[in-house]
Design a binder for this molecule. Sequence first.
Ligand code: FAD
Length: 390
Amino acid sequence: MDTASSPDLTIDFRLSEDMELLKGSVRDFARSEILPFVMKYDEAQEFPAPIFRKMADLGFLGATIPPELEGAGLSPLHFVIIMEELSRVDPSIGLTLAAHSGLCLQHIALWGNADQQQKYVPDLATGRKIGSWCLTEPGSGSDASGMKTTAVADGDSYVLTGSKSFITNGSYASTYVVTAKTDQSKGNKGISAFIVERSMKGVNVGKKENKLGMRASDTVVMMFDEVRVPKANLIGREGEGFRQALVVLESGRIGIAALSVGLAQGALDAAAKYAKERQAFGKTLAEFQGIQFKLADMATQIAAARLLTYRAAQTKIQGEPVARLAAQAKLFASEVAQRAATEAVQIHGGYGFIKDFPVEKFYRDVKLLTIGEGTSEVLRMVIAKNLLQE
Ligand SMILES: Cc1cc2nc3c(=O)[nH]c(=O)nc-3n(C[C@H](O)[C@H](O)[C@H](O)COP(=O)(O)OP(=O)(O)OC[C@H]3O[C@@H](n4cnc5c(N)ncnc54)[C@H](O)[C@@H]3O)c2cc1C
């Protein structure tokens, strides 16, 4: 065959040298700075402020933000690696990062004008301020366009009123991206997005949720009581908020896919270690084929989920449409993680039910992953709609 004129048939699945270095350093950070405190923050349901501060110092929060705005100037694939390695040790740290960087910061970086970016992005990218993203309401989650929060133009402000549920980082945030209806007659084209500051009168933190898992991540109801938001804080134009949110969720879902891969890998690591140590019937568990098959299936599914997640991030880097791939990566990886966490507990037997072993926490944390940023049902709807339109 004439190789000079033949097409390049290689696909390089390796991470670049700097990605491998990043992976190693996030791994070391997670083991030394997060692992010793995982259960402390989980039991207390406490936001891990010192860990968040250290992540900020290492540039994790503003990973994909350009250096001019005090970010690290890395790619979405680098962000995936950070998310994966943190979540391998503590998925609730991953969720905190997903809400701060993947949603709030991304929304302003993607859709904010130059003034908004200058004013808000550097503080969020460096962790001087914490961010939240407020879409879900008590009466509308999957059907986000059914939101009731309103923003009524009044002079040089909008008056924003309503409440938002399940808001990650809400108690600790200073900067909120909030969606509200500016025109009730236009359905989702009547939704706009605003940057709201904690210091604005009428911004109140409501009930703190007592959760099954992801307990170190803060989840609260946010209440907005006739908050006067300057018109300068409208992101983009009136009516663009819903579309902006959908695009933000595309990259957000890649982040949750990475979180899922990390959690699944953490569960597999723990299960394999335990299987090599635990004795039954005069052998280690790892010597039984029934256990080996479980580990083999977990490893295979995780490898597939990782590839799909990296491909979604790579597609985003290439600037190609990513809605379907992002939904597929999140759907597949979260369901792989759920199976991995279940099998990891099973391999631990009774000890998997006890808080001394990390799989107990993975099993609780994992349930959020098939719900947040699009339930598995909603993602199947997104994927089907996308493929039927082709
Ligand atoms: C820990 C945690 C953190 C969160 N963080 C945030 C955050 O920071 N910001 C934010 O805005 N939101 C956040 N959320 C909200 C989250 O995104 C929603 O919970 C999620 O979108 C689902 O909405 P819902 O809870 O209202 O469920 P619903 O929409 O009421 O759905 C209930 C069930 O019905 C199914 N369903 C709904 N519609 C259909 C349909 N058409 N066909 C088939 N099945 C359907 C769903 O898949 C689900 O199984 C968080 C949630 C949790 C639990």
